[in-house]
Design a protein around this ligand. Structure first.
Ligand code: G6P
Length: 593
């Protein structure tokens, strides 16, 4: 999603802004731009495509460095990807960068056109610049920004420059924004990673806050009153642009999985910490999330129902926030989010909190909105994930849900099959085995990478894994892919099966093995190329391509199978020459509805 960086200080402004933009690249974007104040004139440079193209353009123009500036990576929402729609936008005396969506932009635009304003872009953001410029005709800067707040409907994080002013301004409502406090200057950023290279001291702006930055000082106002806010210290590390010898962040992040899982298991090795993951007091759970986090929730649903005997439902946050909630005082809502900044998940959390329902977040970013506002949280601590397609953060979400199911089942005296916590420790080395055995994938990869469409089938927990495997493949390789409950395929979708279409069956659940195999035979009979991903003990004798993994137990096998699917997606995308870490149209963190 869009990213913001602003800087005022003694360092080289262009360098700081470009470094910030590079650090924000992982969020996903399609154009970028900077505005800097050089000798009291604003220079605006924008470019479609990668930040490296913007950097080339800046160098070729030989622009002098400025005393302050703002910069942006844009992920198109209003208006297609082109130079005019790229940020910053300058109208009259006002230059802005904007994250979020202005819902009443069209109405405002009509009024501003009547006042003589012309617009060069299709964006809602340019309307914000024009409106502030209009307000500045009659008022001073702070009063004008206050008036702007009153007229804008929607969400916004804004970095603002005003001609002839020696200050930077920041303003937010709902979209995240912070200011960084450094020894050699001050910053505006939508995400701490943009400025962590320069400072770890920051202040989170709350909705309605206006920050005024100079090189050596800052002030924050809300409703025309100056306010004091706590300076926080970030524990985030510099975006790890070092791929550790791997060609892509995605592969490096898959390779990190054994270690980050080990770290998580160590945290709960002492059963005194189990209180955090014991949900035995709840009778029903709603899991609410988006994308892969929602698919992690599907795995959790199977485990929580089967082992902890708690009725569990899973919802897309974009639906849940608007639906009628059926709950009582024994209901828990679990929000799952890597970034902790996904707009729909935040909105769902706030709705639920208003109703007084207990909330628990499984979240990776400890500084995020969800981590700050939720009642209780479990941090996944995957570290920063750079590749847009989530891997290590997803697997940790599943691992946390497995732990919750295990501990809750233990506390309720429901544990069967002699599973013990020490079994969880088999997981890192078993994932390591999966990672090291990728030679076996070659045939499957070459079959998939030639296809334009494929299907994943499974039942129960295996269906939940199929959803993630299918998403991973389509998002980075652009192969059309669908995941189906194995028994459901024949109710319509089987009409799409024809000779040569790959169908991948996941079989880790012993009780459903034969059922899924018979569904696979149905598609084989219609010419599908079948592939089975299964455990050693469930391997069948049919003649299809197989990837066989060493099993741990039912709390853990889903994670092993998912790791196989992540690697398959990676190698297929590699084979097809795709931009693996930054797939087209996708954003790492979706901060609009
Ligand atoms: C985006 C990302 C997905 C992610 C989803 C939810 O679509 O590309 O990888 O699963 O958002 O993000 P969250 O940060 O809430 O887990």
């Amino acid at each position: 999603m869009c990213g913001i960086i602003g800087y005022i200080g003694k360092n080289n402004t262009i360098d700081v802004l470009l470094n910030g933009l590079y650090a924000l690249e992982y969020r996903g974007y399609d154009s970028s731009g900077i505005a800097i104040n050089v000798d009291n004139k604003i220079s605006l440079i924008r470019s479609v495509g990668r930040v490296s193209k913007l950097e080339e353009k800046i160098k070729s123009l030989n622009i002098k460095d400025g005393v302050y500036g703002i910069a942006h990576t844009r992920w198109a929402t209003n208006g297609e990807t082109n130079i005019n729609n790229a940020h910053p936008h300058k109208v009259g005396r006002v230059t802005i960068v904007h994250n979020g969506i202005i819902e009443n932009a069209n109405i405002l635009k009509e009024k501003l056109v009547k006042e003589g304003y012309h617009f060069n872009s299709d964006t809602d953001s340019e309307v914000v610049a024009a409106l502030l410029d209009y307000k500045l005709r009659d008022d001073n800067i702070l009063d004008s920004i206050e008036l702007l707040k009153k007229e804008l409907v929607g969400s916004y994080a804004l970095g603002i420059i005003i001609d002839e002013s020696d200050e930077l301004y920041a303003l937010r409502k709902d979209s995240p924004l912070l200011i960084g406090i450094g020894d050699s200057g001050n910053f505006i950023a939508s995400d701490i990673t943009a400025i962590i290279k320069y400072t770890s001291d920051y202040i989170l702006l709350d909705s309605g806050d206006i920050a005024v930055l100079k090189a050596n000082s800052y002030e924050i106002y809300n409703g025309n009153k100056k306010i004091n806010k706590e300076v926080l210290k970030s524990t985030s590390s510099n975006i790890d642009n070092d791929k550790n010898g791997y060609n892509h962040h995605m592969l490096k992040e898959i390779m990190d999985e054994p270690q980050v899982i080990s770290n998580l298991l160590d945290r709960y090795n002492n059963s005194r910490n189990w209180e955090e993951v014991d949900l035995s007091k709840y009778k029903s759970i709603d899991i609410v999330a988006c994308g892969s986090a929602m698919y992690a929730g599907l795995v959790g649903q199977v485990l929580l129902e089967e082992y902890a005997n708690i009725k569990t439902s899973v919802y897309a946050a974009s639906e849940y926030r608007y639906k009628k909630k059926i709950y009582n005082d024994k209901t828990l809502v679990i929000l799952i989010s890597q970034s902790g900044e996904t707009a729909d998940t935040i909105a769902a959390m706030r709705e639920v909190k208003k109703l007084g329902i207990d909330t628990l977040a499984i979240v990776n970013n400890s500084n995020s909105t969800i981590a700050r506002e939720v009642d209780r949280k479990i941090l996944t601590e995957a570290g920063v994930e750079v590749a847009v397609a989530t891997t290590k953060a997803y697997i940790l979400q599943v691992c946390v849900l497995s732990l919750i199911s295990y501990v809750t089942s233990y506390k309720k005296g429901l544990l069967k099959d002699g599973v013990s916590y020490s079994d969880f420790y088999k997981l890192p080395s078993l994932i390591d085995l999966v990672i090291k055995n990728t030679d076996k994938y070659r045939e499957v990869v070459s079959m998939l990478s030639k296809s334009e469409s494929c299907f994943f089938i499974g039942r129960g927990i295996d269906y939940a894994i199929c959803m993630e495997g299918s998403l991973k493949l389509k998002e980075i390789s652009y192969i059309h892919s669908e995941a189906y409950q194995a028994g459901e395929l024949k109710h319509g979708t089987i009409s799409l099966i024809e000779k040569g279409i790959p169908v991948i069956a996941i079989i880790t659940d012993k009780t459903l093995k034969e059922k899924t195999l018979s569904n696979l035979r149905e598609v084989e009979a219609r010419g599908a190329e079948s592939i089975v991903i299964t455990t050693e003990e469930l391997e069948d004798n049919d003649k299809h391509l197989k990837i066989v993994i060493k099993s741990a137990n039912r709390f853990l096998d889903s994670m092993l199978a998912v790791c196989v699917l992540q690697l398959l997606a990676y190698y297929v995308a590699l084979d097809r020459g795709c931009d693996i870490d930054k797939p087209r149209n996708l954003a790492k963190s979706v901060t609009v509805e």
